[in-house]
Design a protein around this ligand. Structure first.
Ligand code: SF4
Length: 368
């Protein structure tokens, strides 16, 4: 889904870097550890390693899907990138600038370029504010337009996301869930950001509405030359919208590849198990597929298993998996896997035969 509008004459330095293929966002060894305290004096008794050494790049105009079970650290990763959380370690470079430890004050101008779409369209909009106030808030905070200009911009945005501009003075409770998410998207677009972190953008919506919102996000990406990081547990949604996909397990990326490679040829046992659980609408393909049922729950990030964190649930685990952490190694161009015994890629003929297995967005997977 990577698309790029024609660059204007004389692009600034950042734009020129992008045209040479440099990433808009680079995350290196990112960590977020939450201390666990107990007692009156809040004595630290442990640490939750929510994100533990995550590394990836996102190129301009690209969509990276971050997928995994609840508690794998994908939402925390999104909040670290937007600097809603302070990283414990690692590095975040946005548009050529290290933003890892910028103060909130120093981050303020960058908030124009990095925006977030939240999961819950009900709680993310202030019920006491009108749609005009909500969508116009970023413009007022950043002082980028006059009141008259703000109203015109907000009405234009409402129209662009498929809402009636006449609803400027209405309140969130007067809208459906899908319409509220559109209001949230309009607010996100107000400052014309470069990067949008979309945290479960459709999981709270009815299945019939999910595809509409996903299509809207794709249209807006083309129109505004946006770069997305889409965080989701629904593998069908991620497949539909992403160019590349990173699979997380207990705070670490275990596999990362372009969409086609990952869905047609998963090499990490965890990814294979996740994909085997996605419903297939076509009964002919359904019969051919082997369902892998993982044993046990996800271990606690307070005390994750040593070495390969997946070894307590992996049917291929051997002694080395319990003693040595597998590196995220590149097994094929752009396809990285953290496993001592990765799955073999399917034979070419079989890979071609899987094309028809793609699910429509909105088909839910049990990964939650
Ligand atoms: Fe399974 Fe071992 Fe690979 Fe971990 S390293 S996913 S335990 S085979």
């Amino acid at each position: 889904m990577s698309r790029r509008n024609g660059a204007a004459a004389g692009p600034p330095d950042g734009e020129r870097r992008m045209e040479r293929g440099e990433p808009l966002l680079s995350v290196e060894g990112l960590e977020k550890h939450f201390p666990v305290t107990r007692g009156l004096f809040k004595r630290q008794v442990g640490v939750v390693r929510a994100v533990d050494g995550v590394t990836f790049d996102v190129r301009k105009g690209e969509t990276l899907g971050l997928v995994g079970e609840s508690g794998c650290g994908k939402t925390t990763t999104g909040r670290l990138i937007t600097r809603l959380l302070e990283p414990t370690g690692g590095r975040i470079v946005f548009d050529g600038r290290d933003i890892t430890h910028l103060s909130q004050r120093a981050m303020r101008p960058l908030r124009r370029d990095i925006q977030m779409i939240f999961q819950d369209p009900y709680s993310s909009l202030n019920p006491r504010h009108t749609v005009g106030a909500i969508v116009g808030a970023p413009l007022r905070i950043q002082k980028v337009a006059t009141e008259k200009g703000i109203k015109a911009t907000v009405q234009e945005l409402l129209e662009r996301v498929g809402l009636n501009p006449e609803h400027y003075n209405r309140y969130p409770h007067e809208f459906s869930g899908g319409q509220r998410q559109r209001i949230g998207i309009a607010r996100t677009l107000a400052l014309r950001p470069k990067l949008i972190i979309a945290d479960e953008p459709v999981s709270a919506l009815d299945v019939s509405i999910q595809a509409q919102v996903i299509n809207l996000l794709e249209d807006l990406q083309r129109e505004f030359d946006l770069t997305y990081v889409v965080i989701a547990h629904d593998l069908s949604v991620v497949r539909h919208i992403s160019d590349r996909v990173a699979v997380m397990y207990l705070g670490k990326i275990v596999e990362m590849a372009d969409r086609k490679s990952l869905y047609e040829s998963p090499r990490h046992p965890y990814t294979k198990a996740l994909l085997s659980a996605v419903p297939i609408p076509d009964p002919r393909h359904r019969e051919r597929r082997e369902r892998i049922r993982l044993q046990g729950d996800v271990p606690s990030p307070l005390n994750p298993p040593p070495a390969c964190r997946f070894h307590t649930r992996c049917w291929k685990a051997q002694e080395v998996c319990r003693t040595a952490e597998p590196p995220l190694a590149e097994l094929a161009p752009g396809h990285r896997v953290a496993c001592h015994f990765p799955e073999e890629p399917p034979a070419p003929a079989r890979a071609g035969g899987r094309e028809g297995q793609e699910n429509a967005p909105g088909t839910t997977s049990p990964v939650s």
